[in-house]
Design a protein around this ligand. Structure first.
Ligand SMILES: Cc1cc2nc3c(=O)[nH]c(=O)nc-3n(C[C@H](O)[C@H](O)[C@H](O)COP(=O)(O)OP(=O)(O)OC[C@H]3O[C@@H](n4cnc5c(N)ncnc54)[C@H](O)[C@@H]3O)c2cc1C
Length: 512
């Protein structure tokens, strides 16, 4: 039987993509080589954008027992416990969710599998390994094997969400740019006794004797990450007795905590130069790998899934041409590269094991912190690479902000009250006369909506100042929002809006 999409890999990225496509009725088969969920310590933190994405699946990270948010600042301290850096992890991000949430990756994957299992058009084949891939202009074919047999699955598209050692990437002959970056870290997932109280929920100890990360590991869990020093043997340090010795100064012992998982990982930085070949493409760790200092590896992969979803869905519906896939690669690769570099920059500060270099770092960072009166820093919004958005219009290419609204009797965050998809928003002004008939028809064809938004007498009633503040900073009245929540364009006048709209249509058609 032919499928709309075959996804190789049932990690978080493959599962999210399967859910997004499957709940629109697209037929999706996910092939996963392991019979059970991969139970090694990996992601524990996700950002506000991912919380926004998960909300579209009905997961409310603010109120769901599988997620936690500590509403605390994130401190980086030196060996004398003096502050080096303070990061604002307690506020709401402009997109309406908290900056950081904590969770347990195997539980999260189990949750995604539960959701996928409720969707009739999604099939998950566990214990099958993809071993061959071929394609022509009409479709693609994946050969999969279990212990005793082989079978072929035909599909219109194949997505390799098959992790760092991606078979799909290699079968497509895609070139990996390896930036090296070899630091070994021991990762320990702990379940402390209920009475264990952490001094700070989340902090970074920049002690050259042992760089250490101390963070939550999701509800009921905590995570310690210890850098393996250049003189140490990574096999020795991975043994439970070494782990407990390292945990002792932190007040943890087998009497008051359970060591749930432990592993030494070699942190790497690399990306694949092209993510697309014909009807096959890659996403997630198959496409990019970064050291986890920014907690962004999985987040970047989940963004890939969302970016692929709206494009594949529209192609399968016949509303967009296959050319739109080019912008998946051009937009996402630059975005992911930003986070690879950012993670490396953080690692360059954290992974200092030399006392003299650490002293220099401490003096520099403490002076910077004092110069800004110990004000916590906030993260910048990262722009997509070139693609389906209008350069030169303020905030285009960035994740759109989100406020609380009321719409047709529903009150809440915009995404939940109004929904998702292409939107042309007129903020504190009317939609009358906006866009030509042809443009309105084009918007309708991709399932888009034209809505006015404001305090009173608008399609959508705003309940806070988010949209007004955004438009005022952007010096605009209109915005075009994409199905992945990114801003395609902002405009001050109806004429500018119409021009931007046509540019977006051209970009969707693959024109540059
Ligand atoms: C120590 C550590 C800490 C981390 N912390 C964070 C964090 O806090 N926040 C964050 O965002 N990210 C973090 N990450 C990164 C995050 O875990 C990964 O980015 C994420 O798991 C990638 O998801 P994926 O779905 O792309 O790939 P994977 O999770 O690797 O899934 C790929 C799947 O494909 C399957 N597969 C492979 N080949 C085949 C084949 N030929 N046939 C069938 N199936 C196949 C594999 O079995 C696997 O299940 C961390 C990583 C590490 C190592």
């Amino acid at each position: 039987m032919s499928q709309d999409v075959v996804i190789v890999g049932a990690g978080p990225v493959g599962l999210l993509l399967a859910i997004l496509l499957g709940r629109e009725g697209k037929s999706v088969t996910v092939v996963e080589k392991w019979p059970e969920i991969y139970d090694r310590p990996r992601a524990v933190t996700m950002d506000a954008e991912v919380a926004r994405i998960l909300a579209t699946l009905g997961i409310d990270c603010d109120n769901d027992p599988a997620f936690e948010n500590h509403k605390e600042l994130y401190y980086w301290k030196n060996a004398d416990l003096k502050d080096l850096q303070i990061v604002d992890w307690e506020s709401l991000a402009p997109c309406g969710w908290h900056v950081t949430y904590w969770f347990n990756q195997p539980e999260f994957e189990a949750r995604l599998i539960d959701i996928a299992s409720t969707i009739p058009s999604v099939t998950l084949l566990r214990g099958w390994t993809a071993t061959e891939l071929s394609q022509n202009a009409m479709g693609a074919q994946v050969t999969i094997n279990d212990a005793t047999s082989a079978r072929n699955i035909d599909a219109q598209f194949v997505v390799g969400a098959d992790g760092a050692n991606s078979f799909v990437r290699d079968a497509l002959g895609l070139n990996v740019i390896d930036e090296g970056y070899f630091f070994d870290w021991l990762i320990l997932d702990m379940i402390p006794a209920a009475e264990y109280k952490a001094v700070s929920a989340q902090w970074q100890l920049c002690d050259p004797k042992r760089p250490t990360t101390i963070v939550p590991g999701g509800p009921g869990r905590r995570r310690w990450e210890f850098m393996v020093l250049p003189t140490e043997d990574k096999n020795e340090i991975a043994k439970p007795e070494s782990a407990w010795r390292l945990l002792e100064p932190w007040g943890l012992s087998p009497e008051n905590a359970k060591l749930e998982r432990s592993a030494v990982y070699r942190f790497q930085a690399r990306y694949t130069e092209n993510w697309l070949k014909g009807r096959c493409m890659i996403a997630g760790d198959a496409a990019h790998l970064m050291p986890p200092f920014a907690g962004e590896g999985m987040c970047a992969g989940l963004r890939d899934a969302v970016a692929l979803h709206w494009r594949l869905s529209a192609i399968l519906d016949g509303t967009l041409d296959m050319n739109v896939l080019q912008s998946y690669e051009s937009e996402r690769i630059e975005h992911a590269k930003h986070y690879i570099q950012f993670s490396r920059d953080l690692g360059d500060i954290i992974c200092i094991a030399d006392k003299e270099k650490a002293d220099e770092r401490d003096a520099r960072m403490m002076a910077d912190l004092a110069a800004r009166n110990h004000e916590p820093i906030t993260g910048d919004l990262v722009k997509l690479g070139p693609g389906v958005w209008c350069e030169g219009t303020a905030t285009a290419g960035e994740l759109s902000p989100q406020g609380m609204v009321q719409y047709q009797g529903r009150e809440g965050r915009f995404d939940q009250a109004v929904g998702q998809g292409w939107m042309v928003l007129a903020v504190e002004c009317s939609t009358a006369g906006l866009l030509s008939d042809t443009q309105r028809a084009a918007l309708k064809k991709v399932g888009g909506r034209l809505l006015s938004l404001g305090t009173q007498g608008h399609d959508v009633e705003t309940l806070d100042a988010s949209y007004r503040d955004w438009m005022s900073k952007a010096d605009a009245h209109y915005a075009i929002i994409r199905p992945d929540f990114y801003v395609a364009a902002t405009a001050k006048t109806p004429e500018q809006l119409a021009t931007c709209f046509d540019t977006i249509l051209d970009r969707l058609a693959g024109a540059r």
